[in-house]
Design a protein around this ligand. Structure first.
Ligand SMILES: [Zn+2]
Length: 316
């Protein structure tokens, strides 16, 4: 292990001691330590005058009642996490990405975002370009944007994959294992489009990690711009820390994708569910997996997300 790597992995407890008593303020400089990147968190605020709720939701529907940008930063910084990829919460905010965009502006260098757009609208690609200029150059999609049409038959979704590939944007599918064959087809048809599959494609969501599903997800590694988020541990397998039952699944993906195409993420605030804590999520990658070298951990905890979402050039 190089000195730099040792320092990187060893600075966390010091950062924790400093940050525990620090309130987050928009005037704070981002920490100078490169720190970890959490590649997936949602945010919402009770300031619904500035950021109205969508889909008929009211303040009573927000669970937890509030998870603001500041609450997020106060939670993660003691753990040495310095940057975060915000994920649009479509149930609460629809395709109005403004709370994320304002957070990117308020804390320069700390956030980037995965936005949602309406793929059924004719201006979907110009909306993508507008959002990219505002700092959200990645886009979340679900199996059927209009409720029925699969991606392979949707003009709007096809134009999203194509536009993303041509303009350095990323497509982020939130899917179940049964949708992997459809994702595979899209990756094949749009081989230049960077893709990040959320949450292991939810393998193990019903408690059972099936070999057939793992084989299909591992198979998508043949597309060289496809990545997997190793994330949302509270939701898979036994759904209990320390999540050791997920290690064999992570090993399988490590062998298929390599550490340079895997990234850790928490899925806050949902990781804070029952006995699950933020520290438990980070600890699985940082402390509990023997086959991950210190260099591998740098990829999973920072470098892959830095390259894919923050557009940094990172070297091996
Ligand atoms: Zn999420």
């Amino acid at each position: 292990m190089s000195q730099t790597r040792r320092e990187f992995m060893g600075t966390v407890s010091t950062a924790a001691a400093v940050c525990l008593t620090t309130k987050v303020d928009a005037n704070d400089d981002p920490p100078s330590d490169p720190g970890y990147i959490d590649a997936h968190s949602h945010i919402w605020t009770r300031d619904i005058e500035a950021y109205p709720l969508a889909n008929g939701n009211t303040l009573d529907d927000l669970k937890p009642p509030s998870f603001t940008t500041e609450e997020l930063l106060e939670l993660v910084r003691p753990h040495g996490v310095t940057r975060i990829v915000l994920i649009q919460h479509r149930p609460y905010h629809g395709v109005d990405n403004s709370y994320m965009l304002d957070s990117i502006k308020k804390y320069p260098g700390v956030f980037t975002a995965v936005a949602c757009v309406d793929a059924t609208k004719s201006d979907v690609t110009s909306e993508m370009s507008r959002l990219q200029k505002e700092g959200a150059g990645a886009f979340r999609i679900t199996p059927s944007e209009d409720g029925t049409t699969p991606w392979t038959e949707s003009k709007g979704v096809r134009s999203m994959w194509q536009h993303a590939g041509e303009h350095g944007m990323t497509i982020c599918p939130l899917i179940n294992p049964e949708h992997l064959p459809m994702a595979d087809k899209m990756c094949e048809e749009y081989p230049d489009t960077p893709v990040v599959i959320d949450h292991f494609s939810r393998i193990g969501g019903d408690g059972v990690i099936r070999e057939t599903d793992l084989k299909t997800l591992a198979g998508l590694a043949r597309h060289k711009h496809t990545h997997v988020k190793v994330s949302a541990f509270y939701a898979f397998g036994k759904k209990q820390p320390p999540y050791d039952d997920l290690i064999s699944m992570i090993r399988r993906l490590y062998d298929a994708y390599g550490p340079e195409r895997l990234m850790w993420a928490s899925d806050l605030p949902y990781q804070l569910n029952g006995d699950n804590t933020y520290g438990d999520s980070l600890a699985l990658i940082r402390e509990r997996i023997d086959f991950l070298s210190p260099a591998d951990k740098e990829w999973l905890l920072r470098k892959t997300a830095a390259r894919v979402y923050f557009g940094e050039s990172v070297s091996a």
